[in-house]
Write a protein that binds this ligand. Structure first.
Ligand code: ADP
Ligand code: ZN
Ligand code: ZN
Length: 732
């Protein structure tokens, strides 16, 4: 029995250290709310901690208790709901709470900086202005309009909104001079709410209407799945829901996969909700993130649009959460705090007691399973919204076909046909660079990155070999370093190579190549997207980036150059991802008034995956694949966790995982491995993984919760870097 150490209030803090516990401090004479940041001594350092709870019984002897050195904020900067979410997530994903809190807030908050008191400029009518007769301004129509607006809104109008309506600052200053109106700086929470919904540009289809009414009528928490085919108008549904939310004075949180890749998403929201939108994503500066964050917390912004990390923005008065393209892997953080933003968004909606909408044309298997269990409610949009029909899809059997840089004669013909009909053509290949392999024709030597034991990719335009795992580069050799032969062959296809082939076949056309190499820098994607919409490019070739939600109405042919890779992948999710990708790429075709065509080049035309997918569609395919998963005891029918370890020597990585595996002996948890990771060596370090599975999540969670604090202290854990990945999305 531990000795009791009772005193006055003791503060139990979450401190950013990799330890799975809270730390006790005292703060004589102070009363601090949960969520407040404080500065504390920690070992030889000073850290910023967050007040988590209070207690009267310290975990250490009272005379050992240290005091808080400084209170950073007396008013918490994180809402109670987000604190609860963080607590849940830290425990679910087995991550130290203090570190979880640190990585989910803007950088400025970690250092203990104080937010600048944000104020909003508001214009209000004066006594004098209220008595000016409108008729006296008949010859100055703008002045008359402004006066009328101000007279009607006695509690004032936000300057930014007046400017958006076209009233200039000069005009406003004239009013100030005449003493008709005065400018005031108000705290965001005191600013008048003046949301006026814009008339919607379209009238909803019956299916859209049904979805909107169902969701707006719901009370409290409910998870809706908006299953709408590509081009069915999901975004329009979100915007109607958000509009309803804003009219009630509530806020909406909208999570999207990667804003940089789909710039039109942001512009569509801005066009509809203007100044009310705040965006949060990794392309922002620290200062901008901090501002958006504050705008969400104070209620100054009512539409918070962002990527994964926006999940953690505190909201003053939430009314709705939307996760668009919920199947997208980018919602799962792949390092450090490995949380899934979609799953946590559902949890957050529960905590906030608001509806959440998960939208996709290709729902994740987890989501489909939750629908079939009755946990989530599915609403479907089975048709395209603007009278466009779904494109025809077919396989192009390339066995024995003569290929020119991966393109079959039939495909070239189809491309030329679509160009003649004034359409745009999109070619998809999931590999950037020129070719994925450089091999010596004489001796078989392969250009490999030694640190990763992986092939170098040839990038011909920059004349370099590049490792896509660690980023290391070197010049393309002229001769084989092994046998000195000059017969070096580039094997396989990359986007650069397809681009060259297209230029050769269609010399009069400009080719837009969209991949990570051509979209560096801010707004690069935006510029591509605009140029494509203007029709400057009629041939588009690209990777995944080109598969994401773009709306290019003139694309009539979408071709997948090579779909065979997924059939041989080791990752059990590969077929699901491939089906999603095929459906999403297909979804780029025929979105406008012209009919679309989709072709898939394959050497496996009889493959059941392709046949079910092309013949019956994604949902039927998913149903069949889910049966397979059930038979093999894979997620979502079982819970899995991957423990990973990496070290300078393979034995060190294995030793840690072997010892961990023993912990699960005799329990209902099955531990398989450790085995070498699919990417067995990266950047000079060897990698191993241990697969843990259980029919129920609970026991697996408990076993990990008891194991990890122990494991942290093992000598083996000091010789290897390790991590735990709950519900892993990628097996690498
Ligand atoms: P999704 O997000 O489901 O792929 P979008 O919201 O991008 O679909 O809509 C596809 C296209 O259809 C867009 O150009 C959009 O403006 C248009 N659209 C959406 N809803 C309607 C509607 N009710 N009537 C006419 N056009 C619509
Ligand atoms: Zn050689
Ligand atoms: Zn490498």
């Amino acid at each position: 029995m531990s000795e009791r150490h009772t005193s006055d209030t003791i503060y139990r803090l979450a401190v950013p250290v990799p330890l799975r516990r809270l730390f006790d401090y005292r703060a004589p004479g102070l009363s601090l709310p949960r969520g407040a940041r404080v500065r504390v001594p920690f070992g030889s350092r000073e850290l910023i901690g967050v007040v988590w709870q209070t207690t009267t019984e310290a975990s250490v002897a009272l005379d050992k208790l240290q005091s808080i050195t400084e209170v950073v904020d007396f008013e918490p900067q994180i809402s109670e709901s987000v604190l609860q979410l963080a607590e849940f997530a830290a425990s679910y994903y087995q991550y130290p709470l203090g570190e979880a809190l640190t990585v989910t807030v803007p950088t400025a908050m970690r250092s203990g900086a104080q937010p600048k008191e944000a104020t909003i400029a508001v214009w209000q009518i004066t006594e004098e202005g209220a008595h000016v007769a409108l008729d006296t301004l008949n010859r100055a129509p703008r002045q008359r309009q402004l006066l009328q607006r101000l007279q009607q809104q006695a509690d004032g109008l936000i300057q930014a909104e007046l400017q958006e309506e076209g009233f200039s600052t000069t005009l406003l200053r004239q009013f100030e001079k005449k003493r008709w109106a005065q400018k005031r700086a108000l705290a965001p929470e005191n600013a008048p709410v003046s949301y006026q919904s814009l008339a919607s540009p379209v009238s909803l289809t019956p299916a859209q209407q049904a979805a909107v009414s169902q969701i707006t009528q719901s009370q409290g928490f409910q998870c809706y799945v908006l299953a709408g085919v590509t081009g069915s108008g999901k975004t329009e549904v979100y915007m109607r829901l958000i509009d309803a939310c804003l009219q009630k004075g509530q806020q909406a949180l909208v999570l999207v996969p990667e804003i940089g890749l789909t710039p039109q998403t942001e512009s569509r929201f801005r066009a509809r909700f203007g100044e009310h939108v705040a965006v949060i994503h990794s392309g922002l500066s620290d200062k901008q993130r901090w501002q958006s964050w504050q705008a969400a917390r104070t209620g100054e912004a009512s539409v918070i649009l962002g990527t994964r990390s926006a999940l953690w923005a505190s909201l003053k008065n939430p009314g709705l959460i939307v996760v668009d393209e919920e199947h997208d892997v980018s919602f799962k953080q792949q390092d450090g705090f490995r949380y899934h933003a979609r799953d946590l968004a559902v949890r957050r909606a529960q905590i906030e007691y608001v509806p959440v909408v998960l939208g996709s044309a290709t729902s994740s298997f987890e989501t489909l399973r939750n629908v079939s269990l009755g946990r989530y409610q599915s609403l479907s949009l089975p048709e395209r919204a603007n009278d466009a029909s779904m494109p025809a899809m077919r396989c192009l059997d390339i066995r024995n076909a003569v290929l020119d840089e991966g393109l079959s004669g039939t495909l070239i013909e189809r491309i030329s046909e679509h160009l003649q009909q004034d359409g745009q053509v999109l070619l998809f290949l999931n590999r950037r660079g020129f070719a994925p392999t450089l091999m010596c024709h004489s001796c078989g030597w392969l250009a490999e990155c030694q640190r990763c034991e992986a092939h170098y990719t040839t990038h011909r335009q920059i004349r370099r070999l590049r490792c896509h795992h660690c980023g290391s580069e070197r010049p393309i050799p002229v001769r084989c370093p092994h046998c000195k032969s000059d017969q070096l062959l580039s094997l396989g296809q990359g986007t650069e190579r397809i681009e060259e082939a297209l230029k050769r076949h269609f010399p009069q056309e400009k080719v837009a190549r969209i991949d990570r190499d051509t979209t560096r820098g801010r707004d690069a994607m935006q510029r591509w997207s605009e140029a494509i919409k203007r029709g400057e490019y009629r041939l588009l070739v690209g990777t995944q980036m080109l598969a994401k939600g773009h709306d290019f109405p003139n694309v009539t042919l979408a071709a997948l150059v090579d779909v065979d890779g997924a059939f041989f992948a080791t990752d059990f999710r590969a077929p699901e991802r491939m089906a999603q990708l095929i459906t999403q790429v297909a979804g780029r075709a025929g979105r406008g008034s012209k009919a679309g065509e989709v072709v898939l080049q394959t050497r496996q035309p009889a493959h059941p995956l392709l046949n079910v997918l092309l013949g019956l569609g994604y949902d039927a395919y998913a149903k069949a694949e889910l049966k397979e998963r059930e038979t093999h005891g894979l997620p979502p029918f079982q819970s899995i966790t991957l423990m990973r370890a990496e070290a300078g020597k393979a034995e060190q990585a294995f030793a840690l995982l072997q010892k961990a595996a023993l912990h699960f002996r005799g329990s209902e948890i099955v531990a398989m491995g450790p085995v070498a990771a699919p990417a067995a060596k990266r950047q000079g370090r060897y990698r191993a993984q241990l697969w843990l599975e259980a029919a129920q999540r609970g026991p697996l969670q408990q076993a990990l919760t008891s194991l990890l604090p122990e494991l942290e202290n093992w000598p083996e854990a000091r010789r290897a870097r390790w991590s735990v990945d709950i519900d892993p999305q990628e097996m690498v």
